[in-house]
Design a protein around this ligand. Structure first.
Ligand code: ATP
Ligand code: MG
Length: 562
């Protein structure tokens, strides 16, 4: 799918937007209201970004609003830490819920009253069966379920029991409230689904107020209705829940009638997008935390140096569809490169330093040369870079015995140092093991700025850093978490983790301005890639994360496809 197919001047087009527009045009809906409903049991990942961009994007484009609603119905797994992280991530992505920060728990009292309403109408009953018995009696896809022996309890007995559940008279998991729908339904979700369970846990917001909690199915659609959500967009696994979503709306005196529409979730190669698996990676110490730059979490991608604009662009390009598919990680990387190429300042950094001494450059002298911050953007301006007699260049930019196609530095050969001078390698200094430890070079003062007055050309331009001014840094190089595109199934995915997804380089040499970069700023190290200052940086030692190399794999993939 190309950008042109999903986007025009009027913004993106897809089946969900078409449906929403229809509802607006036909007057069924006055103002579109969507919501992003995370469960605060983990950090958000790039799959959630797809849903966020869809929900907030539609509201923005069509003059509506989007709520952020925490689906906090399971206090056993939910934490305040996750709530704060989710808010920070949605804001970082560039979206604003304004006054509309909601929680399913805000609606607990109303939900409880509606549960009593169902009971009174004979549409719900308290079941004393154990969770296991309920499961056993639910039947299978080919066999109908068996009615619970408690299914025909009268409304009054049910009401008394349900009030007892709320009052804490029964132990955890000893009773549930179930909707009374159809134990023979072809849709398992309609075989008397559980609406409430008994659970003693401290809730991040309601504390000890409740010892019964509504299930996702009972909370979600009703919260949508209470908040006036018009279009409840969710992923395909909820398609089979839609009849229940509608049954509940039909049987309750809800103030509005939201509409559920499903779309395919994002799958991405070389990584995992399941909170459970991400949790396992974090808890198992396979990564350094939820914001490890190798993870597809938004906090990981942010720390890695991905700009939010690139993630929004990615979401627009993949669009939304009804069929499951897996998107190539190279497309996300392409979006990141494209954005950073426009906005990232260029800097010089030597990751694997080799010392160069310019023998005819006066000892003790130092000068400031002018370097451009972004050759593609005049407005990015220039900066001064110190130059002196001793420099570092990249070890890989020199070969003592170069093959035919190696045009960089070699004995007797002249190359350009970017923004500086032409230098020629005069002598190679080695240590006892025969390893090259220093190059003795000469420079041509008539090439200041990087161009020869006599018009002579060189075949290579190298980046460099002045040894006297260089800042020592640690640089972290990341690779895919999984070398193979598909991480694998339940029983072996952890074994498929790439053994070297992180390589740490010490003693890298940076031009001085890089020592003062605020964490979170991403620049291009010339000829190397994009790098972002890490939060672990200190004045004594900056730390940089490699966001991405320069070579774009996406163009190649596209060429192959077409
Ligand atoms: P789990 O089902 O394990 O709790 P989840 O990823 O569905 O995890 P939620 O917090 O329920 O987590 O997700 C919030 C919203 O984000 C939901 O509407 C969900 O459909 C959507 N979402 C989650 N993962 C993806 C994905 N990979 N692609 C698109 N949308 C997603
Ligand atoms: Mg979910």
């Amino acid at each position: 799918m190309t950008t042109a197919e999903t986007e025009t001047n009027e913004g993106p087009h897809d089946f969900i937007r078409a449906t929403v527009r229809d509802d607006l045009d036909a007057g069924r809906v006055q103002t579109v209201v969507t919501r992003f409903p995370p469960e605060p049991n983990g950090y958000l990942h790039i799959g959630h970004a797809k849903s966020i961009c869809l929900n907030f994007g539609i509201a923005q484009e069509l003059g509506g609003r989007c709520h952020l609603r925490f689906d906090d119905t399971n206090p056993a797994k939910e934490e305040e830490e996750f709530i704060e992280a989710i808010k920070a991530d949605v804001g970082w992505l560039g979206f604003d819920w304004g006054e509309h920060l909601h929680h399913a728990s805000d609606h607990f009292e109303q939900l409880y009253r509606w549960a009593e309403h169902l009971i009174a109408a004979g549409d719900a009953y308290v079941d004393d069966q154990s969770a296991e018995e309920i499961r056993e009696n639910r039947g299978t896809l080919t066999e109908p379920g068996r009615a619970s022996p408690f299914r025909e309890r009268g409304p009054e007995e049910n009401l008394a029991l349900f009030r007892g559940m709320r009052a804490g008279e029964f132990a955890d998991a000893t009773r549930v409230l179930r909707a009374k729908i159809d134990m023979a339904s072809g849709n398992m979700n309609l075989r008397d689904p559980v609406l409430y369970r008994i659970l003693r846990a401290t809730h991040p917001r309601t504390g000890e107020n409740w010892c019964i909690y509504p299930t996702y199915d009972f909370a979600h659609g009703q919260s949508d209705a209470i908040e006036g959500v018009t279009h409840s967009l969710c992923t395909l696994e909820f398609e089979d829940h839609r009849p229940l979503y509608e049954w509940l709306l039909d049987h309750l005196p809800v103030p509005s009638r939201p509409r559920q529409i499903e779309f395919a979730r994002l799958n991405l190669t070389h990584t995992v997008l399941s909170k459970r698996r991400l949790m396992e990676l974090v808890a198992g110490g396979h990564v350094a935390g939820w914001d490890d730059p190798r993870l597809p979490t938004l906090s990981g991608l942010r720390r890695r140096g991905f700009p939010p604009e690139a993630i929004r662009d990615f979401a627009a390009r993949i669009g939304v569809a009804k069929a499951d598919s897996t998107v190539d990680m190279a497309l996300l990387e392409h979006c990141v490169r494209e954005r950073l190429n426009q906005v990232a300042d260029r800097r010089m950094a030597v990751l694997d330093p080799l010392k160069v001494v310019i023998e005819n450059y006066p000892e003790g002298e130092r000068e400031l040369l002018i370097a451009r911050n972004n050759p593609g953007d005049e407005s990015a301006g220039t900066r001064e870079v110190p130059f002196g007699r001793e420099l570092y260049i990249e070890r890989a930019d020199f070969m003592e015995d170069p093959p035919r196609k190696f045009f960089r530095l070699a004995p007797g050969r002249e190359v350009r140092l970017r923004y500086a001078y032409f230098i020629t390698c005069q002598e190679v200094v080695k240590d006892g093991n025969g390893e090259v430890i220093e190059l003795r070079c000469s420079y041509d003062p008539a090439t200041r700025g990087g161009n020869a007055a006599d018009g002579r050309k060189v075949k290579a331009t190298l980046h460099w850093v002045s040894a006297a001014d260089a800042i020592d840094a640690q640089v972290r190089l990341y690779d895919h978490l999984f070398a193979r595109p598909d991480p694998g199934a339940e029983d072996d995915w952890l074994e498929n983790l790439a053994p070297e997804s992180l390589r740490v380089l010490e003693g890298c040499k940076l031009e001085p301005v890089l020592g003062r970069m605020a964490p979170g700023t991403t620049v291009q190290f010339e000829r190397q890639g994009y790098f972002s200052a890490d939060q672990d940086s200190s004045p004594a030692q900056p730390v940089f994360n490699r966001t991405m190399g320069l070579r774009d794999g996406w163009a190649k993939i596209q060429a192959k496809q077409s």
